[in-house]
Structures are given as C-alpha cells and as structure tokens.
Design a binder for this molecule. Structure first.
Ligand SMILES: [Zn+2]
Ligand SMILES: [Zn+2]
Length: 353
C-alpha cells in the first residue's frame, strides 16, 4: 500500500495526497457537507494521478491552482505540504477533533469489523482500498464491502457483471493487505414482494448479505411485515439493514418510519439468525430506541454498522456503540465483535439452514 493511503495522524507532511485525504477524513467524521468534502477527495485523486514529470513541473513553478480539479483551498494544502509543513486547514481540523460520543468505549474496543460500507463502485465517495485501509487503521480486522444492488439505479447499484468484477478487485486487495480481511458483501434491495434484488448464484458467492428496504417505504403495515419477513427468511440474508428507513434530517431531509409489526419481524430475525442492524449513521439512528429495546428483549443478534460512504464515516460506529451500550446489549450478541472465522461460519450457516 502506498503511503498516500494513510489517513491517521502523521506529524509531518511532505505528501500532499496524504494531507488532502486526512482533511477529507476529518471533515467526513465531523459530518461536513459532502460537496465541500468532495473537493478535497477529488484534489487528492488528481494529485495522486499526476505523472512524476507534471508534478515536478508544478512543484518548480509553485503554482497548483492551474491544475484542473484543484481550487485555491486545495492548492494551498498541496503547496504547504510540499513545503514540509502541516497545511493550515489540516492543523485546524486536527485541533477541532473531538470525541463523537461520551459512551460506547467498551463496544468500540470490542468491534472487529464493519458489515455495511459503500465505495465508489456504487454511491460511496472512496475506493475499496481507501475504505479498507481506513478500517484497518481503526484497529479492525475485517470490513464487508456492501455496495448497492441493480435496482437502486440512483445509487449506481451493481449489475451481476460489475459485482463479479468487484470480487476480483477484493481478491487483489486481500492479497495486498495481508492479515486484514475484505469480505465480499452486498446491500441488497428488498423488493416489494420480499425477494432480493440479485441473482441467487451471486448471492451464494457472497460472504455477507445485508438486506434493506429502499423503495415503497410507505407500504401498509401488513404488506411491509410480509415483505420484511420474506427477506429475513431468505437463506442468504444475514443482516436486516436500517429497518424503519427513517431519516432524522441532513442532506436528504426528514422521513418517518416505515410501519410494520415489529414483534413479527424481530421474531423472524431471531428464528432465522439474522442480525438486526444498529445503523450508526447519525441521520438514520435506526432502529429507534423502542424498537432497539424490543429486539434486545426478543433475543436478536445485532450488527453495529456504519453504512459509511467515506473513510471518515467509519468512525460513526461510535454512535452505534454508544446506543448499544445504553441498551445493555452484550458484545457477544453483536456479530461484528466476533472473530472473522466465527462470523463467516455464521453467515454461511444461513445457507445451510
Ligand atoms: Zn441502505
Ligand atoms: Zn447502505
């Protein structure tokens, strides 16, 4: 892995790409506006993609604003990093970095991975390797890449062919990363009839399947309950993603909860050994407290997932850990605290029934 992929604290910079990426990381972590963050991530990609000759030419002249994809702010970061000092923007963001929660420390330390993460392959903002390395630098052992399924066109859902292509990229990455495991996953749409939006042979080839409702969220209670239970009973489903679909605000606005019979849905999760996702995204915070308590009472397994669309959002896990701890959920019931072998035994057991 190149040095440019580092996202952790580095005391000195001569690498402008690392500086731009750390800025993007800290902005995402602090929930900055996605478009503002994109400028830094794009600038990192542009500088990383320059030929040695082009780079040397700009370095000599000291002018970076003329590089397409760089603006005054990102050019200043590059200039300052190349001068061997910590860029002002980065210094400010580092000084503003504060804990995301007051609680959740025990579970945060117990987490070994994340089962719900997006990349540039669908609607995420960073590539596979950047997400995996960021997760590794948080001290984790594995990450499941769960890009969207074909029907979710708005989020560039992966066709069967693109999903197979992604598996090749994941295999290469696993070789490069050594001990850290990148798992083949999907966030598969639960269609209106409860079936899953990907071919059975592809679902069978995945390590982890997160099934979520993204459309028809206003369906009546009975139909929604049937739909969710059918998906939970599907032999390949491992995790029920953001079960109510609510949004508490942010860029996509506010959306109420889908209505379903939660006792029936969580009973199905317990019966079929499907984990109820504790979606850590602050604007989702799903399931709501009363449903999280109910699922805990009903003996469900859980998965604390970030649903991260950028490396800095991998720290959103703090929010999920804090909530799970407040609800008294033991680490052993949270599947992503398990060692990868146990996790994969569990995800595969869904297939065996
Ligand atoms: Zn989703
Ligand atoms: Zn997602």
């Amino acid at each position: 892995m190149s040095q440019g992929l580092r996202v952790g604290a580095v005391s000195e910079f001569t690498d402008p790409v690392a500086a731009l990426r750390e800025i993007a990381y800290l902005m995402d972590r602090a929930r900055a506006d996605t478009h503002r963050v994109k400028a830094y991530r794009r600038a990192a990609a542009v500088v990383a993609g320059l030929s040695a000759r082009d780079r040397a030419a700009h370095e000599t002249v000291g002018d970076w604003t003329s590089v397409p994809g760089l603006g005054p702010k990102t050019a200043a970061v590059v200039r300052q990093a190349l001068a061997g000092r910590i860029p002002d923007t980065l210094a400010r963001l580092r000084s503003e970095k504060a804990p995301l929660t007051t609680g959740g420390h025990l579970l945060w330390d117990a987490l070994r991975g994340d089962l719900h993460v997006h990349t540039l392959w669908s609607d995420g903002g960073a590539d596979l390797d950047e997400m995996a390395v960021a997760e590794q630098q948080l001290g984790r052992e594995y990450i499941a890449i769960t890009d969207h399924s074909p029907r979710l066109r708005i989020a560039r859902g992966l066709s069967a062919d693109r999903l197979r292509e992604q598996w090749d990229a994941i295999a290469d990455l696993n070789e490069a990363l050594g001990g850290f495991r990148v798992l083949r996953g999907i966030e598969v749409d639960i269609l209106a009839d409860g079936s899953l939006d990907q071919a059975p042979e592809l679902l069978a080839g995945l390590d982890v399947v997160v099934a979520s409702v993204h459309s028809g969220l206003q369906m009546d209670r009975e139909s929604m309950t049937h739909r969710m239970v059918a998906a939970i009973a599907h032999p390949r489903t491992n995790v029920l993603g953001h079960c109510t679909g609510r949004l508490l605000g942010g860029e996509r606005g506010v959306r109420g909860e889908s209505v379903f019979d939660a006792e029936v849905v969580f009973a199905a999760c317990a019966q079929f050994s499907v984990a109820v996702e504790i979606n850590s995204r602050p604007e989702r915070c799903d399931p709501p407290n009363r449903l999280l308590s109910l699922a805990a009472e009903m003996g469900c397994l859980f998965s604390i997932d970030t649903d991260a669309h950028a490396p800095g959002q991998l720290e959103f896990g703090w929010y999920g850990c804090d909530r799970a701890e407040r609800h008294g959920i033991d680490a052993d019931r949270i599947v992503d605290t398990w060692p990868v072998e146990r996790l994969l035994d569990w995800t595969a057991s869904a297939t065996r029934g």
